[in-house]
Write a protein of this length. Structure first.
Length: 165
């Protein structure tokens, strides 16, 4: 009789400016899915040295919250989220919310709780900053991500539509 495999422990830590190269590396797992399905939008296999400055700029933003997931001491995913503070006007109520911009989990760590732990970290950060909502976007082709987000408690908010010209 074999014993059930125990789930690996997942640690979440804030990302620091020195983590830009790590985020660029971890981004590959999610970017490849986007590039495969929407080559009209996403460049295939962007060079690591082109990605690092993009992540450095993200990490320098004051409104950004960034987290890295580690399992057994190894980085296995990250999340980037932006806090948005919108003043009210004649049409809209004032609101503060957090936007989950990036969520990437290494292929070997998919379905191990890493994504859920990262979403929980963003959710907690949003609450701590007085946000009333967390929002994200999912490309329509990415049914796996859509199912993940729905299981994490997200519900459709609006639909984006496009038409080639």
């Amino acid at each position: 009789m074999t014993s059930p495999r125990s789930a690996p422990s997942i640690e979440i830590r804030p990302a620091s400016p020195g983590d830009a190269a790590l985020l660029a590396e971890l981004n590959g797992s999610v970017h490849s899915v986007h590039a495969l399905n929407r080559p009209d939008v996403f460049r295939a296999e962007p060079a690591h040295d082109e990605l690092v400055p993009i992540f450095e700029a993200h990490l320098a933003r004051e409104d950004l919250r960034a987290f890295i997931a580690q399992s057994s001491g190894e980085p296995v995913g990250y999340a980037l989220a932006i806090v948005v503070d919108r003043p009210g006007d004649a049409l809209m109520r004032p609101r503060t919310f957090i936007v989950l911009e990036h969520l990437a989990v290494a292929s070997a760590a998919v379905r191990t709780g890493v994504g859920a732990a990262l979403v929980d970290a963003v959710r907690a950060a949003g609450r701590a900053m007085g946000c009333s909502r967390m929002v994200t976007e999912v490309w329509d082709f990415n049914k796996e991500a859509l199912a993940f987000y729905e299981a994490a408690g997200f519900a459709p908010m609006r639909h984006g539509l496009e038409q080639p010209l």
